[in-house]
Design a protein around this ligand. Structure first.
Ligand code: ASP
Length: 580
């Protein structure tokens, strides 16, 4: 809740029809060990300097000054910055600087940070800081310093770099890249009122509606301790949020001495929620299936879910959990992925798979592989070991050889059950005009997928399939197409689909769900239900999804969907039929 000094305005997009209105933005508080001093540039006031020196530990402080945002010709001026802190009694002050990310990743280089109580990041251009330090050991050491109770301060570029979604340049349309993510779930802007940067922050927050925009004017600081942000200085801080339900933006100006609460998990990201969802294809077992058959499907889902859960509950990554979960399903002959894959029109098996990392938007996929035992593992290697996203057919097979992954004869994937259903489908489709075949589809269930939010806040998604029974030789479905059958974006959600692949490709189903969250600020449930019920045809299939907060959703228009979910609140849930 904002205190009385915070004036709040609710604004209908981009400042045109602003109406004054006092609002309560209630955001849950968490605990924090470290502190941040985020300064909007300009002259540093005595109060800001004193507060930083005090948080740093006063005379006992061990301070590292990072001048990397400066141009080469101005780096020597950084010595003067170090001098400023010495004047304030922090004698133990050293400079740390490189332009080379490889050096920034070297243990010897980051060693001073391990011993520091405080870091000061000077101004200049934030792109220089990002190019040298994002994704390196400098970033993890800064996060470690906060965790053990240290303080990080920065001004101008040294303020901008502290958010994860960083405004690099541009006004009114911002160019956005990645920052150091020291104050998660925020977008920080600086020189805010002086340089009229309202519009670019509104743009940035509209595109990243789950982040709080914090526009800090010159000679003004936001001091973050214990999940509360206090404003100190000569001017104002403008806080911009998108309420859960969508527009309008809420805008609050906070002056000297004013405070505001950060979103839950902003100042203290650990421990986070985790969640995992698995699917084993659209459709369901027939009404008169034996209890053993139903149990076998449930056991298959349970084994996969338990594997993924064990990884993510122990703090493992979403990517590792997705890959391991799908491998279990690929090795289970009940499912239409890996062993047990359906037959194509040539009586063979061609497998498709993909995996996507919501943190980086990197992805890897393979299509039409015929001897790769676990296609999801090869998809992961496409992501990790090549500069490409999708390898198909003979090229993918050759890559499998280079990577030395497990290989099998194509007949390894065959099962009697799938052969019988291939024969049935062939008979049924034999006399139909080609145009009618794909829609007159009985449920050839068993495609598998998994989506995970890990305890580090990273989303990932993966899907693996043998495709549709009797599919034309060379046909590729939605499962290996990022945006169609698989999608993950840390800012929104992770999705894995199953059903008539052609429909999921036409409607870019997985990406569309994410885009509705991003651009319309819809919830995951609203977005998934809209796409499945309003855009697709009844019977096309379903999706599983998890959003950045750990909300789990499954939506399908097929008769049932094999699905299971677990999360950090103790949920462990396996379903096959239409039970809610
Ligand atoms: N979507 C998959 C495909 O079209 C099949 C399925 O999910 O059942 O290849």
């Amino acid at each position: 809740m904002f205190n009385r000094r915070a004036t709040c305005v609710s604004e209908v997009l981009f400042g045109v029809m602003a109406a004054l209105l006092v609002t309560d933005v209630s955001l849950a508080a968490g605990a924090r060990q470290g502190a941040l001093v985020v300064v909007g540039g300009g002259q540093l006031t005595d109060e800001i300097v004193d507060r930083f020196a005090e948080l740093a530990g006063g005379r006992d402080a061990r301070l590292v000054v990072i001048p990397t945002a400066s141009s080469d010709s101005r780096i020597p001026d950084a010595v003067a910055v170090a001098e400023l802190w010495r004047e304030r009694g922090i004698d133990n002050t050293i400079l740390l600087h490189t332009r080379d990310p490889e050096q920034a990743d070297a243990d010897a280089f980051v060693a001073p940070l391990r011993d520091a109580t405080a870091v000061w990041i000077g101004g200049g251009q934030q792109s220089r800081l990002a190019a040298a330090y994002v994704g390196t050991k400098i970033q993890s050491e800064l996060q470690a310093l906060l965790k053990r109770g240290g303080v990080i301060g920065g001004t101008s570029a040294g303020a901008a770099i502290q958010s994860g979604v960083m405004i690099e340049s541009g006004n009114p349309v911002p160019k956005i890249t990645r920052g150091l993510d020291l104050l998660p779930n925020t977008i920080i802007d600086q020189h805010f009122l002086q340089r009229s940067r309202m519009n670019r922050l509104f743009h940035a927050v509209s595109q990243h509606p789950h982040r709080m925009g914090i526009g800090i004017d010159e000679s003004t600081a936001v001091i973050v301790t214990d999940n509360r942000a206090k404003v100190v200085g000569a001017s104002y801080v403008t806080v911009v949020t998108v309420p859960e339900s969508g527009r309008p933006l809420e805008i609050c100006n906070v002056g000297n001495g004013g405070e505001f609460e950060l979103a839950d998990g902003t100042a203290h990201p650990q421990p986070r929620k985790w969640a995992i969802v698995v699917h084993g294809g659209a459709g369901t077992v027939s009404k008169d299936a034996s209890a053993e058959t139903v149990q076998a499907w449930r056991d298959g889902l349970r084994a996969a879910l338990e594997k993924g859960k064990s990884i993510v509950a122990a703090g493992g990554t979403s990517l590792d959990a997705v890959e391991a979960t799908i491998r279990i399903l690929e090795d289970n002959s009940l499912f239409n992925a890996g062993k047990g894959a359906v037959f194509n029109s040539a009586g063979e098996h061609e497998l498709d798979s993909s995996i996507m990392d919501g943190r980086t938007l990197d992805g890897g996929a393979v299509a039409g592989v015929i001897t790769v035992k676990n296609p999801i593992g090869l998809a992961r290697r496409v992501m990790d070991k090549t500069r490409h996203v999708l390898l198909a057919g003979p090229g993918a097979e050759q890559f499998a050889t280079e990577q030395n992954v497990d290989r099998v004869e194509n007949a390894y994937f065959s099962t009697e059950r799938r052969r019988e259903s291939w024969n049935r489908v062939r008979e049924r489709e034999a006399n139909k005009p080609v145009s009618r075949i794909s829609t007159a589809r009985p449920w050839q269930y068993g495609t598998v997928g998994c989506v995970v939010l890990d305890s580090h806040g990273n989303l990932a998604a993966g899907t693996s399939t043998g495709g549709l029974t009797n599919k034309k030789f060379g046909r590729v479905g939605d499962s290996p197409i990022l945006g169609a059958g698989t999608y993950a974006d840390n800012e929104t959600c992770a999705v894995s689909a199953t059903g008539t692949g052609e429909q999921f490709i036409r409607h870019t189903v997985a990406a569309q769900i994410s885009q509705l969250m991003r651009h319309r600020s819809w919830t995951l449930k609203q977005s998934a239900e809209y796409v499945l019920h309003e855009r697709l045809n009844k019977g096309d299939g379903g999706v599983i999804a998890v959003d950045l907060h750990g909300n789990i959703v499954w939506v399908y228009t097929s008769p049932g969907m094999f699905r299971a979910a677990a999360d950090s609140s103790g949920r462990f849930d396996i379903r096959i039929r239409d039970e809610k």
